[in-house]
Design a protein. Structure first.
Lengths: 418, 602
């Protein structure tokens, strides 16, 4: 009988305790205006910033030494910097950062995050109040960053005053810590290829020979295609059309030259490879003449014996239209961090030569470029400077993509799936 | 009035006097909270505006009610066709094909192992389970490694072309055909275990009586054997269909290169693109279809009065003499299991020791990825071969611990659910609990993980976020259907008379469970413990959102390796996972004297 009573009691207690499952966070958006930390009623002293935003504003004008002192206070109070990143090089940068600031050793924790799940995961975590979950992010896809985190007050931009003179203004809010490019790269086993105008890729001869990751599953790829529909790029696509066919592009079935190119290009695309790394290794060991549009830095994943099979087309001959695309990795500080000064110091570090060009860091690889104009690519790497690529690549503009996302996504989605 | 109170109190006492009733109530409460509430959360997501794209497109507040997701997905438009109807058709063909093929393969092998005098039973029954121990997408990778050729995909040469110079056509390498084959191969051991468990325990007197009455062998199979195994066949179809329908990685690896999209790949694409509402509607469709088959299953099992196959009166099972067909059938099955169970392991072993893909010469081989110290793949944080890397060992330890804990919890709950549902068969509560225990299986792992992430980031449950306990909880709920189906099937087979006889002599409930029911149905019950262990050992999608970092568990680490292009590390970890599962199976065998395969006749 005792056992039965116990079983009944257990059932009732489980029922009561678990019924709370359905209750949501009183502030599901995690909006800082509503969070206790950000409450307007909370007394604040003018001398000492109280909110994360105020602390970041104060941090912007501090020297690294001052920030280091503040960071140590935060760490001594029990904080640690947990950051999510879509680029694995950030882990090495964090290790270098802790080596340069030994009082923070072991307190900067890297967590890799998949591109597709970045913002759905972060928007759940930020504002949840979970300790040691997420303090800052180094993430791609600026439009979603704005939509999911910045517009919702879940993340803040931070940029140090000391860097304003060496980083162009458009890369300061949110702060860009590195650019990454995707280029047209081909297998040269059967010699060079006849490709010098992007409109050639819409022709039947390229059917299934041009490789690209499914843009509906890769945010930076869809962003590139969206950016291509901007007025500036539409104009450049029309020029490339004229160069290829000897006549001006004429509106007909398509809204613009860019839409026509996207439609015809996607019809020719082969989606065999599901990641940029696999595309790099697959094209290197695959058939001669195959062409891929994938992340340049992934060449490091290709075995040395095969690496010679790959050629960056732009290095051989300039491509009419564009030579690929370039996107940014943004650093933002999350609204419920308990170590904003440590985050600020880390961002300063990443923007500076010590962080970007440290041992085995971004600058040691092809395909990563600092927005800091004082940092140059080492001479022993076969690559070009950011300024070179900015001229011939489709560079992601966060605002344009933000405004045009749904329209172009839906145009592309029916073509990829159709 | 007093009389009515007395009657009520008497009825309550009578209800509580049966442990099966109390267990039903307990599981009803627990499953409602852990299984139905997430489902309701998912349903509400189909009608609400989400943060991001939807909020911006619709101009409504987050959480506001909307029909827009339904209107977009089901309106007559190219969007609807491409994002719903065509993927639905592909998913139905894939899941049904895999379900039927899986049952045929698993059922036929189970019959030969349990009811015939076929040779090499021990070998075949042990090795046949291997594909189930591997993540399904690794089998897909194996298929591609094997059959890719210079005329399809990226022109990368596979083993078949390398060795035999044969180029298989594109439909054979990519698309629906290999998707069906791979999913069927992966889940056929499941059919083998469930159907084989019943065939092994079936009362032989039924078939013997039919033989005495001069019924033909085919008639015996059709009229006695098949109806007896029908609950297991339907359960197996339901499990394979649901798994196949929500399979994500297999269609990605084998379908996307030929633009063959399924509902699961579209669901993920839509959710990632910010169309969460439409993504959740797709998840709901797969649940609804699963519910339809679940209902069909329950209708069928409810139609017959009894599926009792173990009565306590059973004699020795008589084996069918295969005569001249014995040797060819035995050899064919040996070749089959060698090809689909051993070859992938050989392939993973080879892929883990070659530097340059596709070059299998000795000069290209290295053990760096296993035990090297000098090779530095710093981009992934790996500073040595995986056997020398502490991160790998930690991930492995967590994965094994998680599998064992989940197996213990789920296996025990499965027996208790099976017992309570079987003993209260026909009652509404029994029906509800049985269905609730199965719900998590119908929910796509990705959607399930997303919902539990949302729960773990609420104020009340934030203590769970990023913890091992959350992984245990999620995996226990997600894999409970394996154990509950196994428990219900096995308990339905045991005649209540056996337990009633013990009750007459005053044997307490727990002793009846431990001393009578468990030993009788040991093989099926052990399946209920081992299946969740194996499932956890190879699960990825469920954990990706919930682990604190990708290298927290061995499988999430494996997925990370494959995504980042470190196929050698990926192959090494896959091989390690399969070997560990085999080790667990062998240890279970040594310690308990039973194992999945031995339990059904190996």
């Amino acid at each position: 009988m005792k056992k039965r009573t116990l079983a009944l009691l257990l059932a009732c207690s489980l029922c009561l305790s678990l019924a709370a499952c359905g209750k949501k966070d009183p502030d599901p958006t995690g909006n800082v205006e509503n969070s206790p930390e950000q409450s307007q009623d909370q007394p604040t002293t003018p001398a000492e910033p109280a909110t994360v935003q105020e602390k970041l504003a104060a941090a912007a004008s501090m020297s690294n030494e001052e920030l280091y002192a503040k960071a140590q206070e935060e760490i001594n109070a029990g904080a640690q910097l947990d950051f999510y990143s879509t680029t694995s090089f950030a882990e090495k940068a964090a290790a270098n950062f802790m080596a340069d600031y030994p009082a923070l050793d072991g307190k900067v924790i890297y967590a890799e995050i998949d591109d597709g799940e970045t913002y759905s995961k972060l928007s759940s975590i930020i504002g949840s109040g979970v300790k040691n979950s997420a303090d800052m992010g180094l993430t791609q896809n600026g439009a979603d960053l704005k939509t999911y985190l910045l517009d919702e007050g879940k993340a803040y931009s931070y940029f140090p005053d000391s860097m304003k003179s060496v980083v162009p203004e458009q890369y300061q809010s949110p702060a860009v810590v590195t650019f990454i490019n995707s280029l047209f790269i081909y297998n040269n086993k059967t010699g060079s290829i006849n490709f010098n105008n992007v409109w050639q890729l819409t022709e039947a001869e390229w059917k299934d020979k041009v490789f690209f990751k499914d843009p509906t599953n890769e945010t930076v790829n869809i962003n590139f295609l969206i950016q291509l529909t901007s007025p500036e790029w539409t104009e450049r696509m029309e020029k490339a059309y004229e160069a290829q066919y000897g006549k001006a592009w004429e509106a007909g079935e398509y809204e613009s030259a860019s839409y026509e190119w996207i439609d015809k290009f996607l019809k020719n695309v082969n989606y065999t490879y599901t990641s940029a790394s696999k595309m790099a290794t697959g094209i290197a060991s695959g058939a001669g003449g195959n062409l891929g549009l994938f992340v340049f830095s992934k060449l490091r994943k290709v075995d040395e014996a095969d690496r010679g099979n790959l050629t960056v087309r732009q290095f051989e001959e300039p491509i009419e239209g564009f030579a690929g695309f370039m996107y940014s990795i943004y650093a933002t500080v999350f609204s419920d961090t308990d170590c904003p000064y440590t985050c600020a110091l880390f961002i300063n570090y990443l923007l500076d030569e010590a962080g970007f060009a440290g041992p085995k860091s971004w600058n040691s690889s092809q395909g990563y470029y600092s927005p800091n104009t004082s940092i140059e690519k080492p001479n022993d790497i076969e690559d070009e400077a950011y300024s070179y690529w900015a001229e011939c690549l489709v560079v992601e503009d966060q605002e344009f993509i933000y405004d045009n996302y749904a329209k172009v996504y839906e145009f592309i989605s029916v073509r990829v799936g159709g | 009035m007093g009389n009515k109170k007395g009657q009520l109190s008497h009825r309550l006492r009578a209800f509580c006097s049966k442990p099966s009733n109390l267990l039903l109530v307990l599981f009803f409460v627990v499953l409602f909270c852990l299984s139905v509430l997430p489902l309701l959360t998912m349903l509400s997501n189909m009608f609400t505006v989400h943060i991001g794209t939807e909020k911006r497109l619709l101009g409504l507040d987050v959480g506001a009610f909307t029909w827009n997701h339904f209107q977009r997905l089901f309106s007559v438009s190219e969007w609807s066709k491409v994002n719903f109807w065509v993927p639905l058709k592909n998913s139905l063909i894939m899941a049904s094909g895999a379900g039927i093929l899986g049952i045929i393969i698993g059922g036929v092998v189970a019959w030969f192992v349990t009811r015939s005098n076929m040779k090499y039973k021990k070998f075949i029954s042990s090795v046949f389970l291997f594909p189930y121990m591997m993540p399904a997408w690794t089998l897909a990778l194996f298929w591609v490694n094997l059959f890719q050729n210079s005329k399809v995909g990226g022109g990368n040469v596979g083993m078949v072309e390398s060795i035999f110079g044969i180029c298989m056509p594109e439909w054979f390498v990519f698309g629906l055909f290999p998707m069906i084959i791979v999913i069927a191969l992966h889940y056929s051991p499941f059919a083998y275990l469930l159907i084989g468990g019943i065939l092994k325990n079936m009362d032989a007197t039924l078939e013997e009586s039919a033989t005495i009455l001069k019924a033909s062998r085919w008639k015996i199979i059709r009229r006695i054997t098949l109806p007896m195994v029908m609950p297991a066949v339907l359960s197996t179809f339901l499990l394979i269909f649901s798994s196949g329908f929500s399979s994500y990685t297999v269609p990605v690896f084998l379908g996307s290169s030929v633009k063959m999209f399924t509902l699961s790949t579209k669901m993920r694409a839509l959710i990632n693109a910010g169309y969460e509402g439409q993504g959740y509607i797709i998840a709901f469709v797969s649940i609804a279809l699963g519910c339809f088959i679940l209902g069909l299953n329950q209708w069928f099992t409810g139609k017959r009065k009894s599926y009792t196959t173990v009565t306590g009166k059973s004699g020795q099972v008589s084996l069918v003499n295969l005569k001249k067909a014995n040797t060819p059938i035995s050899i064919f099955l040996c070749v089959y299991v060698l090809f689909f169970a051993i070859m992938p392991l050989v392939s993973f072993a080879l892929e883990s020791v070659i530097r340059q893909p596709g070059n299998y010469s000795l000069s290209n081989m290295t053990l760096h990825f296993w035990m090297g110290t000098e090779y530095s793949a710093y981009e992934t944080g790996m500073i040595a071969g995986i056997l020398r890397n502490p991160t790998m060992w930690q991930a492995l330890g967590r994965q094994v611990l998680l599998a064992l804990v989940v197996g213990l919890i789920v296996g025990t709950c499965g027996i208790l659910i099976g017992y309570s549902c079987a003993r209260t068969r026909g009652s509404k509560l029994s029906h509800i609990v049985e269905s609730m225990a199965f719900f998590p299986y119908l929910m796509p792992a990705m959607a399930f993980g997303t919902i539990y992430l949302a729960v773990a980031t609420t104020e009340q449950f934030k203590f769970l976020f990023g913890t091992f306990a959350l992984l245990i909880l999620v995996a226990a709920v997600k894999f409970l259907p394996f154990a509950s189906r196994s428990g219900i099937n096995s308990m339905l087979q045991v005649s209540p008379e056996i337990e009633e006889a013990a009750m007459v002599v005053g044997v307490p409930w727990w002793k009846r469970m431990v001393k009578i029911l468990f030993p009788i149905q040991k093989s099926s019950i052990l399946s209920g413990y081992l299946l969740p262990v194996i499932s956890v050992m190879r699960e990825v999608a469920l954990f990706t959102l919930l682990v604190p970092k990708p290298r927290y568990l061995l499988t999430t680490m494996l997925f990370s390796f494959n995504e980042t292009g470190y196929s050698q590390y990926g192959s090494a970890v896959t091989l390690l996972i399969v070997l560990i599962v085999i080790l667990i199976n062998t240890l279970t065998n040594k310690l308990t004297g039973a194992s999945l395969d031995k339990g059904i006749g190996g």
